[in-house]
Design a binder for this molecule. Structure first.
Ligand SMILES: Cc1cc2nc3c(=O)[nH]c(=O)nc-3n(C[C@H](O)[C@H](O)[C@H](O)COP(=O)(O)OP(=O)(O)OC[C@H]3O[C@@H](n4cnc5c(N)ncnc54)[C@H](O)[C@@H]3O)c2cc1C
Length: 289
């Protein structure tokens, strides 16, 4: 590993200013779970690391009546998994976190790093997107708020500029009569990164599906909304036939690659099965809510 400067700002403004000063030569360092690996492999050789761990404004989980659940970028997977507030507002997050990596990684890796790395084989992005989540981003020019739908650009590429820091994830409260479910499948070991992850969210009007989001993870460069599948379900009373049709559509809409986690065909079959399970469970939760 090459030598690098190690910087420890205590405010977001200071961190952004340091990033701007170094141009593309500096990298934000949060938990280091991703950076540690790519730097040891020589894939990234930043001249400076801007460790943001001392910035209190990036820590903690809180609830705001207007905005919803606010998760600081430095919140670790383990903190989210064990947060009573997150469990009260969105139990799906705590359940999903139990399956992320292993407990050692969960203790250091952060929610901000999980999103900012733009890694395709992750879990949170598809859940946050199904929840209509937004990210707050700080730069020397001020703050911007971006929908999760617009945040991911390509494999390992997000819309974050070199001098920007992801500060918070904001999850608005679900409308009444809503249910959400996340199902993931890992083809190698349970603590491995997912091969496929599907999140479905259903909102009902009476017994009719008023709104739905189906977000497919790990089967494309970024999480993918199965929009045709969603359209099939809106305005319908959900039954196994409609759900099966939406699941089949989702399998066509995703863009998996063949790799060690499975062939393209296999992953499409997994998407179909998981979509069926996730939509059915979300629908049942919405009925009970
Ligand atoms: C063995 C292993 C198994 C894993 N399994 C899973 C899994 O099952 N599910 C899953 O979802 N993920 C999984 N991951 C991915 C893991 O969650 C991410 O690597 C981790 O969350 C990254 O967070 P970090 O704080 O360590 O980021 P870092 O390594 O510090 O940074 C990651 C990238 O994001 C940038 N960055 C970090 N924070 C910010 C910020 N606030 N603003 C702007 N840029 C920022 C950094 O510059 C860097 O480019 C796994 C990782 C490992 C190593």
């Amino acid at each position: 590993m090459k030598n690098f400067d190690y910087l420890e700002p205590t405010t977001v403004n200071e961190a952004c200013a340091l990033l701007k000063q170094h141009g593309g030569d500096a990298k934000v360092y949060a938990g280091g779970a991703y950076l540690g690996i790519v730097m040891k492999q020589g894939l990234l050789e930043p001249k400076a690391l801007v460790n943001i761990k001392k910035i209190d404004a990036l820590k903690g989980i809180r609830f705001d009546a207007k905005e919803g659940l606010i998760i600081g970028a430095l919140v670790t997977h383990r903190e989210l998994e064990t947060s009573a507030l997150a469990r009260e507002k969105f139990p799906v997050l705590c359940e999903a976190e139990k399956e992320v990596a292993n407990i050692r990684v969960r203790h250091v890796a952060t929610v901000g790093g999980n999103l900012a790395s733009g890694e395709p084989l992750t879990d949170l992005a598809q859940i946050f997107m199904a929840l209509d989540g937004k990210v707050k981003i700080a730069s020397p020019a001020g703050e911007r708020v971006l929908s999760l739908d617009d945040f991911f650009v390509d494999y390992y590429q997000t819309s974050l500029a070199e001098d920007e820091i992801l500060t918070q994830v904001v999850l608005p409260s679900l409308p009444a009569r809503s249910g959400i479910d996340y199902v993931r499948f890992s083809s190698s070991s349970v603590v491995d990164k997912p091969s496929v992850g599907v999140c479905a969210r259903v909102t009902l009007d009476g017994e009719v599906c008023k709104a739905v989001r189906i977000v497919l993870g790990c089967v494309g460069a970024t999480p993918i909304r199965a929009r045709k599948g969603e359209e099939l379900l809106v305005g319908k009373k959900l039954d196994t036939n409609w759900i099966e049709q939406a699941a089949r559509s989702a399998a066509e809409e995703c863009k998996p690659i063949s790799d060690i986690r499975g062939s393209e065909r296999y992953k499409r079959a997994v998407v179909r099965a998981l979509t069926k399970r996730a939509v059915t469970a979300a629908y049942e939760r919405a009925l009970r809510s």
